[in-house]
Design a protein around this ligand. Structure first.
Ligand code: C2E
Ligand code: CA
Ligand code: CA
Length: 301
């Protein structure tokens, strides 16, 4: 039997009961993560962490309604022609209190409260507007991709809001890409497959994001209804360091092509990476080497 105890002190650590409990909870979690009978004491670092969590959650409430969120887009280019093939939509939040907060910090909270669905609905509404902007710049047939959290596939709500967007607006499904990650797909696998299949019937394309970042399973590549495979930045970075990683990337590209998937390399920052990927037949490139994400009107096509 192990016990993990979290301690927080009044008034050194916090003064309100709510904060004191929260701090001791975090300390006990830390103690538990050490894995044996131990005490965890809240210190300045824990306090800062909890404090930040409080403020982010607090400020995030109604941030969308208060127009504090906006979208940036990152072009994905054709490796051979260097034409812009599509734009990935990335969420940004500029809080009047906290300043810019990165998606990796605030998106988990949107997921817990289900606000993420509201955000997706809003993003879907922006697509036709962005598409007419692209047309005005002479870019035809450029698709736009949206990141969808695994949690959004737990119910069929996402499919419903996509269907609603398709019927209500001039959104063309052939120019829409939905990016999903493997995390969380394993539970509910059959249900997720059915939903993706439903989206694909409309002509929407499905991309598997962050491939090679964690415990990627090759099995997913044949089991999921996919059109695009995105190789994660971690793997793209590693080709400059180790020849073995080049073999890995070559093999992934070849395998994806055998499965009729288009391949996007993510996070390309250097010319050597681009050159290498081009010679290996990678179809598309996304990364700071070509474009950084920016507001659509600022992108220099
Ligand atoms: P992601 O889907 O893998 O998006 C690509 C991230 O890589 C973006 O970070 C982009 O700015 C960054 N990136 C692209 N090229 C380069 C490069 O050459 N070098 C470097 N260092 N970074 C590069 P960002 O915008 O901070 O987004 C981080 C993550 O947050 C995204 O990773 C995605 O998982 C999530 N995210 C962003 N927007 C949304 C959204 O609307 N919904 C959901 N569910 N997740 C989102
Ligand atoms: Ca993505
Ligand atoms: Ca990615």
């Amino acid at each position: 039997l192990n016990a993990s105890i979290g301690v927080s002190r009044y008034p050194t650590d916090a003064t309100s009961p709510k904060e004191l409990i929260k701090l001791s909870n975090v300390s006990s979690r830390e103690a538990r993560s050490i894995g044996r009978t131990t005490f965890g004491e809240s210190d300045a670092a824990t306090f800062a962490l909890v404090n930040r969590e409080f403020s982010v959650k607090n400020e995030l409430r109604n941030a969308l309604d208060k127009s504090e969120m906006y979208l940036v887009y990152q072009p994905i280019v054709d490796t051979q022609s260097l034409e812009v093939k599509s734009l990935e939509t990335l969420l940004r939040w500029n809080s009047p209190i906290l300043g810019s907060v990165w998606p990796q910090e605030f998106i988990p909270y949107l997921e817990v409260t289900n606000e993420i669905n509201k955000v997706s609905r809003w993003m879907l509404k922006q697509i036709p507007i962005s598409q007419s902007f692209l047309l005005s710049k002479g870019l035809k047939g450029t698709s736009i991709s949206l990141n969808i959290s695994p949690i959004q596939f737990k119910t069929d709500y996402l499919v419903k809001i996509v269907e609603e967007a398709l019927s209500e607006s001039s959104l063309s499904p052939e120019n829409l890409v939905i990016e999903i990650t493997e995390t969380g797909l394993i539970q509910n696998f059959d249900f997720v497959v059915r939903q993706l299949t439903r989206l694909r019937k409309y002509g929407i394309q499905i991309a598997l994001d962050d491939f090679g970042s964690g415990y990627s399973s090759f099995n997913y590549l044949s089991e999921l209804p996919l059109d695009i495979l995105k190789i994660d930045k971690v793997l793209i970075d590693s080709i400059l360091k180790k020849d073995e990683k080049k073999i890995l990337v070559d093999t992934i590209i070849a395998l994806a092509h055998r499965l009729d998937l288009a391949v996007v390399a993510e996070g390309v920052e250097r010319q050597e990476q681009y050159e290498y990927l081009r010679t290996r037949g990678c179809d598309y490139i996304q990364g700071f080497y070509f474009y950084r994400p920016d507001r659509i009107e600022n992108l220099d096509f």
